[in-house]
Design a protein around this ligand. Structure first.
Ligand code: GLN
Length: 451
């Protein structure tokens, strides 16, 4: 049924880059066979999932939506991929994204943009915009995403879905094509909090193949989603993450969500996190710095595209031609920014200062979590914007992640749940719930109470 739905609507939505339908059906039959053989399978066995095309898959292409990886076939599965398969989920196909997960609209894909199923003139958010659009358009019940600065929560919010960024290190980066390694976090996108929790549990947990993996039990998110209770919970409204500059309809729905928490027995407190105002600036030094280093591996020798290798050119020339043709403008912008920030003489002023801001943000979270069990804000300052509206204005594009970035810099957990439509454009608004490190379950518990 999902393959039929994809055939019906994906020409218009373009959520998927690859849909190997035969392989999906093969996987579904294999799950049936495992069940028939008496294997005890988990709660999601047989459920289809749309998989972000930044996780490697050994039987399907992996492009990270970049021309530089066109035609490349991974010889191995990412840990997230492997765990989806082990749990019996059926991978329907690979979803579109901003090239190397750099962006907030999916317009930076080298294979063309994805459209928001609520209004196809608008973006589905990004970078996991293919995943959010697939779930919103009923092309898949569940999807995977990755969140480096907001790329799960922001697309989930603007498509009216639930999206979670787990605590950093609790979901494996092995086989996830790296953007900014100290921030990249795989997580779930779903239509409701319980579905997101089930997917979260299916692929999370310690992985010895990821050097930053945390060796701790996965927080009990499914149990928390079922509990759905905020009575007695202290909910902190972050002063710096609302108010001026936010779309009025977003603020209206956010305020109502806070009132709903209160009516359900939560205690509302206001908290201040002064360093959050510097988070965006710090992120746009740290993320490009790490990206400039990570993307050095695309050297025309090891993967995918190779341009101008006709026997007349040096390796350096082939590398330069390949990178010039293989990377899109946003990726190049970030590589240049990061290379500059890391160069000797500038390192302390830029990268060093950004790392200090990162520490201050962590301390702000620690202080705020003394006063509140979870923190809340809108997920995004505005609802989904129109295709083309911000593509020539990187700063405007970067603002989409204003509320989500502090959590990536500190490494703690957060969830976005739908909280109605903005009256001015009838587009979905997201409520952002942040929880301490390894307390992801609190965000799920609070989110499930108000979804
Ligand atoms: N929009 C942010 C960026 O462009 C975040 C992307 C992400 O989380 N992958 O970097």
């Amino acid at each position: 049924a999902y393959l039929d739905r994809i055939a019906e609507v994906d020409g218009q939505i373009h959520a998927f880059l690859h849909v190997p339908a035969d392989k999906a059906l093969e996987q579904a039959r294999a799950v049936d066979a495992r069940r028939a053989a008496g294997e005890k399978l988990g709660p999601l066995a047989g459920v289809p999932v749309a998989h972000k095309d930044v996780f490697t898959t050994k039987d399907m292409p992996t492009t990270a939506a970049s021309k530089i990886l066109e035609g490349w076939q991974s010889p191995y599965d990412a840990t997230v991929t492997e765990r989806l398969r082990d749990a019996g989920l059926v991978i329907l196909g690979k979803t579109n994204l901003d090239e190397f997960a750099m962006g907030s609209s999916t317009e930076n894909s080298a294979y063309g943009p994805t459209r928001n199923p609520w209004d196809t003139d608008r973006v589905p958010g990004g970078s996991s915009g293919g995943s959010s659009a697939a779930v919103a358009a009923f092309e898949a019940p569940l999807a995977t995403g990755t969140d480096t600065g907001g790329s799960i929560r922001q697309p989930a919010a603007v498509c009216g879905l639930v999206g979670a960024k787990p605590t950093y290190g609790t979901s494996s980066r092995y086989g996830l094509i790296a953007f900014a390694s100290s921030l990249d976090t795989p997580g779930p996108i779903a239509r409701n909090v319980l579905d997101a929790a089930l997917l979260h549990e299916a692929f999370s947990g310690h992985d010895p193949r990821d050097s930053t993996s945390v060796n701790e039990p996965v927080p009990p998110v499914v149990e928390a989603a079922r509990r759905a209770d905020v009575s007695g919970m202290r909910i902190g409204v972050v002063k710096e993450l609302s108010g001026e500059g936010y779309q009025p309809g977003v603020m209206q729905r956010f305020t109502e969500a806070v009132e709903l928490f209160e009516s359900l027995g939560a205690k509302i407190v206001e908290v201040s996190c002064p360093s959050f105002t510097a988070a965006l600036a710090a992120y746009y030094l740290i993320a490009p710095s790490e990206c400039s280093s990570n993307l050095a591996r695309f050297d025309a020798m090891r993967y995918g595209l190779r341009v101008g290798d006709d026997g007349t050119r040096s390796a350096d020339e082939v590398m330069a031609l390949t990178r010039a043709q293989g990377f899109g403008p946003e990726v190049k912008r970030r590589i240049i920014l990061g290379t500059y920030a890391l160069s000797s003489g500038y390192y302390d002023a830029y990268y060093g200062s950004a790392q200090k801001v990162r520490t201050l943000i962590k301390r702000d979270f620690e202080a705020a979590f003394q006063q509140a069990d979870v923190l809340v804000s809108p997920t995004t300052p505005t609802t989904a914007f129109r295709l083309g509206e911000r593509i020539d204005d990187p700063m405007a594009m970067y603002l989409a992640d204003l509320c989500t970035i502090p959590t990536n810099l500190a490494g703690n957990a957060a969830l976005s749940v739908p909280c109605g439509l903005a009256p001015e454009d009838n587009m979905p608004v997201g409520l952002h719930i942040m929880a301490p490190t390894l307390a992801d379950d609190r965000a799920y518990q609070a989110g499930a109470a108000v979804e």
